[in-house]
Design a protein around this ligand. Sequence first.
Ligand code: CTP
Ligand code: MG
Length: 554
Amino acid sequence: KFDIFRNDRSFSSSIGIPKISEKIVKTNSSWPTGNGERQHFDEMVSFRKKEAKSSVVIQVGNPSKSHTLLNKVCSRHGDVKNLFHYTHQDKELLLLELDSEASVKNLLASCSHNNNYKVIPVISPFLWLKATPSESYTAVSSRLPPVIKENISVMDNLLELLSNAKSISEQMTILNDQTRLSEIGHRLRWITCIQIEHMLSGLFPSLQVLPFGSFVNGSARNGCDLDMAISLDGHYGAEIAAPQSPLIFQAKAAVENHRLQTQKHLEIFADLIQNYAIGCSQIQRIMRARVPIIKFHHEFTGIDCDISMSLSGVFMSELLYLYDKIDWRFCPLVTAVRQWAAWAKLTSVTPGNQITNFTLTLMVVFFLQRCTPAILPTLGEMTKMARPQVDTRQAEDINCSFLRDPFVFQLRSKSNSESPEDLFMGFLRFVGSFDFSERSISIITGDSHRKFDSKPLYVQNPLERELNVSRNVTLTELTRLVMEARNALYILETQEDQNTGNNWGLLALPRAKSLQQIKQEMSHSNQVKLNIKDLFCDDYEEEIDDFTETRLSE
Ligand code: CTP
Ligand code: MG
């Protein structure tokens, strides 16, 4: 047996604010993140999943001392394509990508549990390397990629870059590039999806864990949460081919009420995760929300995770992913808007009565649809152009069919030559002057309609059309949003000389006036959502239909 032991609960660490300091060792080809390309969402998901299935995370005592031993142990199973080093809560961890899924299977087959009688013998991609003299092993094939230690103090560097930029547009691009979720951040999230998928696929072999939310829609930032949706049959909305065989599985009948069945599945999955998923702690079951979810924290990656069984979020993310591919200005604009909102404390890491990043993103889409010429297409246009079969998707009675090729719209968006700076100012102007009291926002038509309910802010959920994604926003918060937008626009328009002093352009927007204070504010806003005391309020406090409520209380 080799000296890589599977991690188990006896090694769980204390809980605190996770700080992942990352030293990228070497990044071989990974999924290209640029826009303007014709990369399909489904292809990106398959690529990343394959990469994650070829990877393991190994906890080591001392990365430089473990190097030789690790090289000898791993080289027996295949070549190491990529090696990342990160630290989390005093743990030294290495993420290794081997050359294939088969190599990882072989590697895992060679591992043992440290103490067979005292731990639950779960198999997962999270391992630890026991210190053993490396002389006992001989290397079989190539060496590990070299460890390049890179000290990334993003914040200092970022503020300096922002203050030295030549224009607000350049600042927006820098902010977007520098705060983008790192490669290791991506890989750790994908490997978490694979961990859950592996665990549940014993029961449901076709099951798929599909990430959604900012992590996959192009606006992923360091510290972002991981939203996952489970599809039991793995079809996730695509048309199912006619059965090849007349043989049908005998099956138990599902509970008639779909919501109740979802809650049952999630309760069982929560038990499994709590008892058997290595590293997953602080499990919360939010079953009475409109979309029931399980929440947990991952101790080996520092990531906060949500699991639901609703696929509409996956298609929503695919739509935002497409918008990112259609026009290069979309993502820098979203990032600037999110950062401005965080500085102005308009958004919060805990759910409440404030506007969310998701609602802000839909408002940005709406604004870009209404520019002249339009930069982004409306969902209505994209739905009309959906190709039969290729683009047809149906999730829980929701039509999620829309053209999944950004190319047509990429050409069109080029006819608008406004700079990111113009667009940011334009967005602030739009928010500062829109008639929120009477009008709603819809990215389906790119038009504002009379409001359908009495909530202060109405932003239509484009896929679940009867829902208002901003129903949690109070009048006080909406008023603050409008006032802050006007204030920010005033600051940007009245700046005298952009290049005198440090705090110009975007850096003039935070309340804090010294770079040190801005740095502190930005570090806070990048903290992951650990505080879950308010979970049952607002965002999650959606209508529970009477029937279900009665059943639940029974
Ligand atoms: N979502 C939705 N309707 C809502 C809230 C969320 O459809 N009322 C979907 C969206 O696809 C959203 C995803 O759920 O992107 C995840 O929600 P959330 O984590 O709140 O937002 P993110 O876009 O992931 O942003 P953040 O970086 O703040 O996590
Ligand atoms: Mg999210």
